[in-house]
Design a protein around this ligand. Structure first.
Ligand SMILES: *[C@@H]1O[C@H](CO)[C@@H](O)[C@H](O)[C@H]1NC(C)=O
Ligand SMILES: *[C@@H]1O[C@H](CO)[C@@H](O)[C@H](O)[C@H]1NC(C)=O
Ligand SMILES: *[C@@H]1O[C@H](CO)[C@@H](O)[C@H](O)[C@H]1NC(C)=O
Ligand SMILES: *[C@@H]1O[C@H](CO)[C@@H](O)[C@H](O)[C@H]1NC(C)=O
Ligand SMILES: *[C@@H]1O[C@H](CO)[C@@H](O)[C@H](O)[C@H]1NC(C)=O
Ligand SMILES: *[C@@H]1O[C@H](CO)[C@@H](O)[C@H](O)[C@H]1NC(C)=O
Ligand SMILES: *[C@@H]1O[C@H](CO)[C@@H](O)[C@H](O)[C@H]1NC(C)=O
Ligand SMILES: *[C@@H]1O[C@H](CO)[C@@H](O)[C@H](O)[C@H]1NC(C)=O
Ligand SMILES: *[C@@H]1O[C@H](CO)[C@@H](O)[C@H](O)[C@H]1NC(C)=O
Ligand SMILES: *[C@@H]1O[C@H](CO)[C@@H](O)[C@H](O)[C@H]1NC(C)=O
Ligand SMILES: *[C@@H]1O[C@H](CO)[C@@H](O)[C@H](O)[C@H]1NC(C)=O
Length: 592
């Protein structure tokens, strides 16, 4: 009797304790911009901090880690993939859908583990060499050097995660769905050496396309298996199953899918690829990826972003998830704590005037490994040395075979001079001030809204014959039509039709050795980019070059990078260009 009363009291207290912290509002996405396939943990041993990893495909540095103490302010504390020697083959991947897919971040016995896959997406699904599965480990996520080189393990599949069972055995769980499975597999593994045992199929999902992104949680004597199904587009969803035995058989949750925005009118679509974690007060949370496309799924240049929601997970039953929307009311961790301000917030604005002393922000990003000598700091600029390859990276082999779409599967191993940051807000203004005198036909420096090598819109200053102009900002021009002159060129590449190139001579009053130009791209709404140019520091003289839909850079797995490139377009140009100032202003998020 007494014990029953005590039990009742405990039961009564528990839910109250959990809901004691009053609800606050979390705004989604928590990691705006190109931050897909989130995997997050809460680590009491590291000052009760939340850590999240994201996919990075061919971007370098890769696998960003964001940390937070209050689930609201997320700061970039480093990248797991931060040195070429950790994974040299990222330099050689063909195709923009290749590279680092879906990491899982876990903490076990004092060590952080990051298991992921380097995918060569141009090889057959069943080809084991397509899937280079790898393990990184580190003792200190704030120290880039702490992350190990990749340890490779044999698995014909992707979306791999480590799992430590209660009996001390260690496993890897992964998916091999697309066209070959569908199935989720598991094998015993030595995470230090990469040695793996027999792979066994543990679940085939609920029948949706491509069951993938598996995560196993051990709770109340059950192994809960969470998966993504339906593909990463509009049909994306989260499903669950459970078993008393890690190896199965797993029984599906009758309430599947547990989380999806499929068949809704929400701006937040493609919700899936979730991960679950519990905070210090015992509350459960889920992160997932989502695309702010609305059901039209046409304009979503920021691609797959990270969203957060609250979860109720009563003992011995499946969890229930609050559906994803732009704001979630939930019991947040008690106080709004921060990490040191040296770690930038995920959506940091920029206003950088370069000098020899400039420390480039840690979120500056390249496409595969940069040739570091192509990016040098002078006393007053970031100096870019042009690459032979342009951003499409069509190289000599493809010259003369212009196809539509201009699919370049090139690995771009010779390098592309491109330095960028993520578009992290729906509305923004990004600009660079440059000093550049192109020196040969097709010698070019510009800004790009870059999604993949086959999807980018570029506004450059480029040397072209006068006759190439499609318009002019000046009156009559009596120069020889064959004369090579500096022109603004706005052009795009995509799998959807994009407007014709716009080519406009740089007005002669703007040209000169010390005449800096501003190149700008801004978004005043969720569907279009406005590209402009003008003499630096004379805002009133800025001229619009073109207003283009962002549908051409809304596709696939990645999200738009905004940056500066320099290229000879395969020509004889060698002129370096100086970026004097770099600005990104966040002008608002669209969440409804
Ligand atoms: C925890 O925070 C304290 C104070 O900010 C800091 O000195 C310490 O290094 C941190 N420890 C860990 C493990 O994060
Ligand atoms: C990328 O494609 C090139 C050209 O076909 C080939 O030589 C190279 O081996 C490929 N790289 C990888 C990693 O498959
Ligand atoms: C935890 O780590 C310590 C130190 O690295 C090691 O000695 C110990 O065996 C580990 N324990 C388990 C359960 O792996
Ligand atoms: C990898 O595993 C596959 C399938 O089990 C096997 O055929 C192959 O020989 C293994 N490769 C290596 C390098 O162990
Ligand atoms: C999953 O599908 C595979 C291949 O279709 C089949 O061999 C296997 O028995 C199924 N496994 C489960 C656990 O349903
Ligand atoms: C779990 O399943 C595996 C594979 O079927 C089996 O070998 C093992 O004995 C099972 N464990 C328990 C505790 O039932
Ligand atoms: C969305 O609706 C379609 C058509 O009715 C249906 O086939 C699909 O299962 C639904 N998706 C989800 C996740 O509910
Ligand atoms: C607080 O958040 C929880 C979990 O999201 C939710 O169930 C509850 O309705 C919220 N309460 C209020 C007053 O909004
Ligand atoms: C790139 O790959 C696609 C799909 O396999 C193929 O259709 C296209 O021809 C390839 N392009 C080049 C330039 O090799
Ligand atoms: C966004 O702005 C562009 C250019 O001003 C305009 O053409 C387009 O209709 C606008 N889109 C929406 C959804 O308002
Ligand atoms: C890129 O450079 C190649 C030459 O290297 C050239 O053929 C191509 O037209 C340029 N433009 C694009 C979009 O690739």
């Amino acid at each position: 009797m007494v014990s029953l009363t005590l039990l009742a009291a405990v039961l009564a207290i528990a839910p109250t304790a959990l809901s004691q912290s009053t609800n606050s509002t979390i705004l989604n996405p928590i990691l705006p911009g190109f931050h897909p396939d989130p995997s997050c943990i809460f680590v009491p041993e590291w000052n009760s901090t939340f850590f999240c990893a994201s996919s990075s495909f061919n971007a370098f540095p890769g696998i960003p880690i964001h940390a937070s103490k209050d689930l609201q302010k997320w700061q970039l504390i480093g990248h797991v993939l931060n040195r070429r020697e950790q994974l040299p083959r990222l330099a050689e991947t063909n195709r923009s859908t290749s590279g680092i897919w879906a990491p899982t971040l876990r903490f076990n016995n004092g060590t952080f583990w990051l298991v992921t896959t380097l995918v060569d997406d141009d090889r057959p699904q069943s080809d084991e060499s397509r899937w280079d599965n790898i393990i990184f480990k580190g003792k200190d996520p704030y120290d880039p050097k702490s992350w190990s080189n990749a340890v490779h393990f044999n698995f014909t599949g992707y979306d791999t995660e480590p799992f430590w069972d209660v009996d001390g055995k260690t496993y890897i769980i992964g998916a091999h769905a697309w066209q070959v499975g569908p199935y989720i597999q598991q094998a015993e593994a030595n995470l230090d050496t990469g040695a793996v045992g027999e792979w066994r199929i543990i679940w085939n999902g609920t029948g949706g396309m491509a069951p993938e992104g598996p995560h196993v949680y051990h709770k109340d004597g059950w192994y809960y298996l969470l998966a993504a199904e339906g593909g990463t587009g509009l049909g994306h969803m989260v499903t669950m199953a459970r078993s008393k035995n890690l190896s199965g058989p797993y029984e599906s949750n009758p309430a599947n899918p547990v989380l999806t925005n499929a068949n809704t009118t929400s701006i937040f679509q493609t919700v899936g690829h979730a991960d679950l974690f519990q905070d210090g007060s015992g509350n459960w949370w889920a992160v997932a990826l989502s695309t702010r496309s609305g059901p039209n799924y046409v304009n979503y240049p920021m691609g797959r972003e990270t969203v957060l929601t609250s979860v109720l997970w009563p003992s011995s039953s499946f969890p229930t998830f609050t559906p994803i929307s732009g704001s979630i009311s939930a019991p947040l961790p008690a106080s709004s704590l921060s990490l040191p301000s040296t770690y930038p917030l995920v959506a940091t604005p920029d206003d950088i005037t370069f000098s020899s002393a400039t420390v480039l922000p840690p979120y500056f990003t390249h496409w595969r490994y940069p040739i570091s000598s192509s990016y040098t700091l002078t006393p007053s600029s970031l100096r870019l040395t042009p690459s032979h390859l342009n951003l499409t990276a069509l190289n000599g082999n493809y010259a003369g075979s212009q196809h539509f779409p201009p699919a370049s599967n090139s690995s771009a191993a010779p390098g592309q001079t491109f330095i960028s940051r993520r578009q992290t807000s729906t509305l923004f203004t990004f600009s660079i001030d440059i000093l550049f005198t192109p020196d040969a036909l097709e010698s070019e420096l510009g800004i790009s809204a870059f999604l993949t090598q086959n999807h980018h819109i570029d506004l450059g200053v480029v040397l072209l014959p006068r006759k190439a102009a499609t318009d002019t900002f000046e009156g009559s021009d009596t120069r020889d039509p064959e004369e090579l002159i500096a022109q603004f060129r706005l052009r795009g590449f995509s799998y959807v039709p994009v407007p014709k190139d716009v080519v406009i001579p740089v007005p002669r009053v703007w040209v000169g050795r010390e005449s800096e130009l501003t190149l700008e791209v801004r978004a005043d709404n969720a569907t279009h980019y406005v590209f402009s140019a003008g003499p630096a520091r004379r805002v009133a003289e800025m001229r619009e070059i073109g207003t283009w839909s962002n549908d051409g850079v809304s596709w696939g797995f990645t999200g738009v990078l905004l940056g500066a490139y320099a290229t000879s377009n395969g020509g004889a140009g060698r002129a370096v260009g100086d970026v004097k100032r770099w600005r990104y202003a966040d002008r608002g998020q669209v969440r409804e």
